[in-house]
Design a protein around this ligand. Sequence first.
Ligand code: SF4
Ligand code: SF4
Length: 273
Amino acid sequence: MSPEPEAYIDDSRRLTDDDTFVFACHPGCECFTRCCHDLSLVLMPYDILRLKRRLGLSSGEFLRRYTSVHVGQGSGLPVVTLKMEGADLRCPFLDPGSGCTVYEDRPSACRTYPLARMARRSKEMEGVEEFYFVVREPDCLGFREDRRWSVREWKENEGLGPYNAMNDAFGELLQAKTEVGVGAMDADQIEIFYLGCYDVDGFRASYLEGPSLDRYLEPPEVLEEIARDEEALLRHGMRWVKKKLFQGGCAACGAACGRGAPDDPDGVTPPGR
Ligand code: SF4
Ligand code: SF4
């Protein structure tokens, strides 16, 4: 496995929207698609939604076919990574001739590179403070090109808006975990987290049609919205996890079920690729 991209973060320069960097990636690059091999590519909840929809699969089927899950040592949370394939450990969505076959729905880490987004939040602040670092992977020849981008231009060009917004909602959930001091979680808690954040179709079936009583606490218009809009469903799933695990427990009974120690004290969401 290649070193984690965090190893190549250039933290000497913190970039915000008007700051610039020089980079270009195109099929003419000698290294084209080299970076789509042997990756530890962590999938965020919204990455999974976009990819499963792109491939016409249920989230459960997508997760079974294309991902591995492990419990993060520090966080105690389930982490979903894309399984590489074949002897050359390539991304399952890479066509060696033409490149990324899911380009319009590629994960946020693929879109953000060569930047790494840091989203800092605190109790005292509304929203998040975001900034970026350049990730200088040594085999990437894109840094030899002469195209200059501002961070704002890069975000627009790569369609990062909806990804960043959904990743921030996920970050809010992780922050709630930190604030209540939840460390290791038991199997039931991990399952709740996985269902609400990653298995959006499983959550829909369980929440809207299953034995869960939580849906009776919601007004009909909310239930209608999450039944027809997958983005709303995912946001609701993450809020449901937050309420159930990190805000005094079950929405219906209010019983607390979290415990342990904080694992992400500074509230910074790291890059996933
Ligand atoms: S290594 Fe860099 S320049 Fe080459 S394809 Fe990957 S991102 Fe593009
Ligand atoms: S999803 Fe696309 S861009 Fe990302 S690693 Fe796979 S082939 Fe490369």
